[in-house]
Design a protein around this ligand. Sequence first.
Ligand SMILES: [Zn+2]
Length: 192
Amino acid sequence: MKEKLNKQGVLSFLKKYGYIIALATIMLVLSIILIVSANNDEVVDNKPVNADPISFYSPLLTYTIAKDYNDTNLVYNTTLKQWEAHKGICFTAPENSEVFACLDGVVEDVYSNHLSGTVVVINHSNNLKTYYSSLNENVAVKKGDTVTKGDVIGRVGVTGNSELELGNHLHFEVTENNVKVDPSIYLNLENK
Ligand SMILES: [Zn+2]
């Protein structure tokens, strides 16, 4: 008799509150699904952050930074006697110091002109290009050559007339999608 009452009690309880229990269960399952899927998204989002950053091999072993990258303030060029932005880094180094390719790539051009002197341009992946100016006339590479990071491409000279006052130096530029960027983004410079 007592048991029968209990059973009826349970049934009436379920009739009254069954839908609340069902709703609570559904909510709980939904929350678990949401939490699990949110955690999965986080794992996917983290992947690009962990990708290796591009790091350049230093174009010179021994150098002094004579002129830093500057695209906002104009710097007076004592050779050309004019104010200009210096969208590269100038390293002074002993005459004929070896100049190295910063990354794997293909030599896009080797040329000489009055202002920049002898220039080697290397085309890399990731839409990056590196420019090595004021090199000695006897460069070690020619247009179309494939180079490996750390290969000798030429030697420091004093061929660039736009910065003649620096003496033997390397004027180094980096472009990303053909726009000049600060080379120190990719270079780990010791005395900077
Ligand atoms: Zn320079």
